[in-house]
Design a protein around this ligand. Structure first.
Ligand code: 13P
Ligand code: SF4
Length: 320
């Protein structure tokens, strides 16, 4: 999908990786931004850990010269759209996203042309080309709030996540035309196994990310973005939480609220499918390597960047 830099070999990385990364951070005047779905070692050395909205806000306000983005491609791309003069590094350029891949720009342009009077609201999990075709970007943290701000008579296309789109429709009562994309990780959870787990742990609450299918969300005591799920873990009185999202978030939950028990919601098959295969491509070694060689770097055609910037700025202005 993307061009890749040679991978670091064991003999290329220092023994004290954390210290070497800290030294490079000072040398480059860099900031390390990480998503909650990153492996624990990366979360532990990051300057900021957050959900997509928090990470966009950090990217928009940072004064660092280099942004090291420990997340997936669309997140690093968003940082670059907001910071054209800064260098944005992604430890592994192959770290894509099934949702972003599920919305090819040519097909989406044709879909948009078939709904000419519609406003296009796109989930941030999409490519810069899709952002450039959109009127407003949203994240899982602000999608409901943004849709509520649109006049009632304005028809809306919501892309690319059909599950988040259906959740927003259920919350707002607004009809929207949905692009049929989805996330392979959030579609992996088994409703039957979730119910069995709840029977085994009757005092546990179920919390879920809105990228999950409606059947999973229907059992949830709370639905929210990764940051909202973490805040819920801090606030809830329940002794245990069954967590239906990528399992990386459990690291922060265990760190911040260690007295609770966290149970990952079970995938359908006997796999670790609740780990995002794209997010987990990044490693501490690759992060060090990217900082040392100042690549892989995110670059974008200026016309696409400018067009993609407008709907992101609208989102930031519309978000509380
Ligand atoms: P949030 O960061 O908005 O919680 O979304 C999760 C996700 O899937 C990111 O790719
Ligand atoms: Fe994309 Fe899903 Fe991975 Fe998030 S968890 S980056 S939506 S594939």
């Amino acid at each position: 999908m993307f061009t890749t830099l040679a991978r670091p070999q064991v003999w290329d990385v220092p023994i004290d990786l954390e210290a070497a990364i800290a030294a490079l951070k000072r040398e480059l005047n860099a900031v390390i931004l990480a998503h909650y779905y990153q492996e624990s070692g990366i979360q532990d050395i990051a300057d900021y850990i957050g959900d997509s909205l928090g990470l966009s806000r950090q990217a928009a306000s940072t004064e660092a010269e280099v942004i090291v983005f420990a997340g997936v491609h669309f997140m690093a791309e968003t940082a670059k759209i907001l910071n054209p003069t800064k260098q944005v590094l992604l430890p592994d350029l192959e770290a894509g996203c099934s949702l972003a891949d599920s919305c090819p720009p040519a097909a989406f342009a044709a879909f948009k042309a078939a709904h000419r009077d519609h406003l296009v609201i796109s989930y941030i999990n999409c490519t810069a080309e899709i952002k450039a075709l959109s009127d407003i970007i949203c994240t899982s943290a602000n999608a409901v709030d943004i849709v509520r701000q649109i006049p009632a008579d304005q028809p809306i296309i919501f892309a690319p996540d059909q599950n988040l789109g259906r959740y927003v429709i259920a919350q707002t009562g607004r009809e929207m035309v949905l692009w049929q994309g989805s996330c392979i990780v959030h579609e992996t959870f088994s409703e039957r196994k979730l119910i069995e787990l709840k029977v085994q742990h009757p005092h546990a609450e179920i919390i879920a990310h809105p990228e999950c299918e409606a059947a999973i969300l229907s059992h949830a005591d709370f639905v929210g973005s990764t940051t909202a799920l973490l805040k819920y873990a801090q606030a809830s009185a329940a002794p245990a939480l069954i967590v239906a999202t990528e399992s990386g978030i459990l690291h922060q939950m265990q760190k911040q609220v260690p007295q609770k028990t966290y149970i990952p919601a079970p995938p359908t098959g006997p796999c670790a499918c609740n780990e995002c295969p794209y997010m987990r491509l990044n490693t501490l070694e690759k992060l060090y390597w990217a900082m040392k060689h100042r690549q892989p770097e995110i670059t974008l055609p200026e016309a696409t960047r400018r067009a993609a910037l407008k709907p992101i700025q609208r989102m930031l202005a519309m978000s509380r």
